[in-house]
Design a protein around this ligand. Structure first.
Ligand code: NAD
Length: 302
């Protein structure tokens, strides 16, 4: 297996643009594509590299194509075409690898890998933990799913983007772990918001509650420290991750539970709540705005 030098990068949004920028800086031969052509122009002006006008072009001759897209349905359409000739699979040669760094449903990832196998194209799932700030600093925590030899082949690319790389097992395992990690955080986030809006209603101060809850709840409480205090109480709402993406990730966790016959009644309720908040307030809004769903329902301001 040859080493990866020429990379096509698809989806240069909030996360993808700084990630692809690091690959350019670290000497990879990078070509980018996004469905919004203005993103491609802006990327090349800021970071260098090359821009492609189609999916076939971005994939043509590449050793690897990285996808950083909204969800598995978009990834599948972009890679396989689903009725269109303009797709990644039409541009890639045998021996190439698709590295999907989006957060996707792990069953869909396995199905994508099965569909590409006859063409001699392999799939690695490599979702990331950490938001835009971490993408800009190349300090993402990256999970990888794929056979050992394949993981070793893509490792130099991932090392250019992150501070840790966790090999999770076979194809899809990294996507499963990522959704489950986000489910744990999504649950803890609204759990704290709910407790705090009840406390506010009773007359407690928001900052006092948030700071008191950190040592009182065993261990570190990521959503209180990283989201409620800096993003909700300040009304900055700037975590860089959309509410709809959190709902998507919890949905993946619940669907994964169903696919393996696991017990997830809490996950199902948490999914209903995030979906309701995203539906009422707007899926594109920052995830920290989920607090407003409780504020509106309770009639208090945190
Ligand atoms: P984003 O919406 O900012 O970027 C997605 C990009 O994909 C956009 O530029 C969009 O134009 C492009 N796109 C959409 N459909 C396309 C298509 N058919 N062909 C080509 N380009 C297309 O989203 P983001 O915040 O960068 O998140 C991307 C992925 O990373 C998601 O799967 C998300 O769950 C995951 N993620 C996000 C964060 C975060 O903090 N934002 C953190 C970790 C993981």
């Amino acid at each position: 297996m040859n080493s990866i030098k020429k990379i096509g990068f698809i989806g240069i949004g909030n996360m993808g643009a700084p990630m692809a920028g690091h690959l350019v800086k670290k000497g990879f031969d990078v070509t980018v594509y996004d469905i919004r052509p203005e993103m491609v122009t802006a990327f090349v002006a800021q970071h260098g590299g090359k821009g492609a006008a189609s999916l076939v072009d971005v994939a043509h001759g590449a050793d690897a194509v990285i996808t950083m897209l909204p969800d598995d349905k978009v990834v599948r359409k972009v890679v396989l075409g689903e009725g269109s000739e303009n797709c990644v699979a039409a541009g890639l040669g045998r021996g190439a690898v698709v590295i999907d760094m989006s957060t996707c449903n792990p069953s869909a990832t396995r199905s994508l890998a099965d569909a590409l196998k006859p063409r001699g194209i392999e799939v690695v799932d490599a979702p990331v933990m950490g938001g835009v700030v971490f993408a800009k600093d190349a300090t993402l925590d990256i999970m990888v799913g794929g056979e050992t030899a394949l993981v070793e082949r893509v490792r130099p690319v991932l090392q250019a983007l992150g501070r840790s790389i966790v090999a999770c097992g076979g194809t899809g395992t990294a996507h499963a772990l990522k959704a489950l990690a986000n489910y744990v955080n999504a649950c803890a986030f609204i759990n704290a918001i709910e407790a705090m809006t009840i406390g506010r209603k009773f007359g407690l101060d928001s900052k006092l509650m948030a700071e008191a809850l950190i040592p009182m709840c065993a261990g570190r409480n990521h959503p209180i420290e990283k989201k409620i205090i800096p993003q909700v109480l300040t009304r900055r709402y700037g975590t860089g991750m959309a509410m709809g993406f959190i709902a998507k990730d919890v949905r993946i966790a619940v669907e994964t539970a169903k696919s393996v016959g696991a017990f997830a009644p809490l996950g199902e309720r948490v999914l209903e709540l995030w979906s309701a908040a995203a539906g009422k307030l707007g899926a594109d809004l920052d995830q920290a705005q989920v607090a407003r769903y409780w504020e509106e329902a309770t009639g208090v301001k945190l």
